[in-house]
Ligand binder design. Structure first.
Ligand code: GDD
Length: 331
């Protein structure tokens, strides 16, 4: 998101949790020393559990747009930390909305709602599908979704929900299943590990390419009226399919290298997610161009490159997106 906003000429301010080790590696490529007169990205210490600091930042910066993407976002981890997840992922939204309401500034607010909120609802899932959350994380997101609508209806805030289905890229955290698979492939090929341990291979997800979704989030806040939008490709694939597609791409054998570890099973699973994103297509003029097979190639190639290996797709023209994010290109 910061990269897209910078490319559109915005000054960008981000909130960073204090940690004894560096936790900003994913924005290293766009970070410029704030003393540089051309710097347009600024980071502030803060935490979604700290309403005082959120209010301070809101007061000092007076933003035009707020993209609320912060959360304890790992579904499996939310079963181990339900209270913390509720505090950060659910109440964090209320803290932000309250800070905006009290600031009396005309701030546009984007809430990162999630397809996880649909949970057990019959696919395809659209803006009118009734939520049936299946994890503490999903319950927290449903709360945040409704708080966003409540502040829109009650206080006339420009507050919109983007209900994003799974969106992936080489920057995906290493413990989410797509990246876990592509990174393991690179490590196996580099001789660093032999086995990849996974949980439920039958779950199906609507996987898209994150940089395209970021553009959509921006468009949601450029509308005349606040509203809610489902964003996804409309295609679904199982974890097993992702596994085979990516292993086949590099010529590795799934049977030889993949093992099931029940510790990755979830007490309640979301079986099938498929977006019905017709409204986004019509209202936002948005259509994803990178689909499943290309996504797999982009992620595998990027992880191979990181591991010091020659990417398979070098020069084969798989990067076809018209969006200005070129960092995943394997050249
Ligand atoms: N993480 C993980 N690790 N998932 C596994 C594994 C494993 O070893 N093995 C199988 N899976 C299955 C999970 O059970 C799930 O059905 C599926 O792979 C996808 O898991 P994740 O990649 O962890 O993503 P998620 O779908 O649970 O949640 C992601 O997408 C949501 C949008 O729908 C997260 O990014 C959420 O924050 C986001 O809201």
């Amino acid at each position: 998101m910061p990269k897209l906003l910078l490319s559109k000429g915005y000054e960008v301010h981000g909130l960073v949790r204090r940690s004894s080790t560096f936790n900003t590696s994913r924005i290293d490529s766009i970070y410029v020393d704030p003393h540089d007169p051309d710097a347009r990205l600024f980071l502030h210490y803060g935490d979604l559990s700290d309403s005082e600091q959120i209010a301070n930042v809101m007061y000092n910066i007076r933003p035009d747009e707020v993209y609320h993407l912060g959360a304890q976002s790992h579904v499996r981890v939310s079963f181990d930390t339900p209270e913390y997840t509720g505090n950060v992922t659910a109440l964090g939204t209320t803290r932000l909305l309250e800070a905006i309401r009290r600031s009396n500034n005309p701030v546009k607010f984007y809430q990162a709602s999630s397809s996880e909120m649909f949970g057990a609802a019959v696919p395809p899932q659209s803006e009118t599908t009734v939520f049936h959350p299946r994890s503490p994380y999903a319950c927290a997101k449903v709360y945040s979704y409704w708080m966003t609508r409540n502040y829109r209806e009650g206080y006339n805030l420009f507050a919109s929900n983007g209900i994003l289905f799974n969106n992936e890229s080489p920057r995906r955290g290493e413990t989410f299943v797509t990246r876990k698979i592509t990174r393991a492939i690179a490590h196996i090929l580099a001789g660093k590990e032999k086995f990849l341990y996974l949980g439920n291979l039958d779950a199906k997800r609507d996987w898209g390419f994150a940089p395209e979704y970021v553009e959509c989030m921006w468009r949601i806040l450029q509308q005349e009226k606040a509203d809610d939008f489902v964003i996804g490709t409309g295609e679904t694939h199982s974890v097993r399919e992702f596994l085979h597609e990516s292993f086949d791409y590099v010529g590795l054998d799934v049977e030889e290298h993949v093992r099931i570890d029940p510790k990755y099973f979830r007490p309640t699973e979301v079986e099938v997610l498929v977006a019905d994103a017709e409204k986004s297509g019509k209202v936002l003029g948005w259509k994803p161009t990178i689909k499943f097979a290309d996504l797999v190639k982009i992620m595998v190639d990027a992880d191979m490159k990181t591991a010091g290996l020659e990417p398979i797709g070098k020069g084969d023209g798989i990067i076809r997106t018209k969006f200005p994010h070129r960092w995943w290109k394997c050249d």
